[in-house]
Design a protein around this ligand. Structure first.
Ligand code: ZN
Length: 251
């Protein structure tokens, strides 16, 4: 299954992102839940509106990504689970804490790591974030750290940015359920994968998880205002991933 993250086109409203996703032909969508002061905050938390978007655009919301403010305050967790139940999503994506986020780290340990039944029931996946030099490291950063997580969303660009070998992680971990797929060019992450097809061919050939979520950012497109170009880039990307996936399944 190949899905598309709404974060990729965040300057657009959800309605247009759903429309574009349908036109491109993605199998589903990952909704980035927005923080209280963000644009689209109320739309992303509104189950009835999200269902309307699904029906109008004939595309299913497969996963929810918790809002950025979640690392500071996890009081919205029950609401997120309720939304996941209402929308019937497969995954809920949460970022690994950093070592200086003591309270968040404790919460993740108690609520996710020590409560595998809950994590399993709602497909709660812990995502790797990049290692920043001079800043606190992520708590989950090495292969062994991720082995202790019930399940993982493996972000390829974050691994590349951390100078980690994504292939090694993918081959060593059997709990990766979803990839976040995008490129890191040495400067920015969440860029298009089409410029480095060879690198991504060999990654896709290893055999990805049950879901690949394309998670780009507006910089992945030459002109974010040009919807024709957006659709063209996304269609070519989807065709490339599909082709590789099929080859991998045959071999
Ligand atoms: Zn990601």
């Amino acid at each position: 299954m190949i899905t598309f993250s709404t974060a990729s086109l965040y300057p657009y409203g959800l309605n247009r992102i759903f429309e574009i996703s349908n036109k491109v032909g993605f199998d589903g969508i990952e909704v980035m839940l927005r923080s209280k002061n963000d644009i689209s905050y109320l739309d992303t938390w509104d189950a009835a509106y999200l269902k309307q978007l699904e029906i109008a655009n004939k595309i299913k919301i497969v996963s929810l990504h918790v809002p950025f403010e979640f690392e500071e305050d996890q009081s919205s967790f029950d609401r997120i689970i309720k939304l996941a139940k209402q929308i019937k999503t497969r995954y809920v994506i949460i970022h690994t804490p950093r070592e200086d986020q003591v309270q968040y780290n404790e919460w993740v340990k108690k609520t996710i790591i020590q409560n595998r039944a809950l994590a399993e029931k709602y497909g709660i996946l812990i995502e790797n974030v990049h290692i920043k030099t001079g800043k606190a490291n992520p708590v989950f950063k090495n292969i062994d750290d991720f082995k202790t997580s019930p399940a993982v969303c493996f972000d390829i660009a974050h691994a590349l940015r951390s100078k980690q070998d994504p292939k090694l992680f993918i081959k060593s971990l059997d709990n990766i359920r979803q990839w976040h797929l995008s490129n890191w060019d040495g400067k920015d992450d969440h860029l298009s994968i089409l410029e480095e097809k060879e690198k991504f061919s060999s990654l896709l050939n290893i055999g990805p998880a049950e879901c690949i979520c394309l998670e780009l950012c507006p910089k992945a497109f030459l002109d974010i205002q040009n919807q024709e170009e957006i659709i063209d880039v996304l269609q070519r990307t989807l065709a490339f991933i599909r082709k590789k996936n099929i080859q991998q399944n045959i071999s």
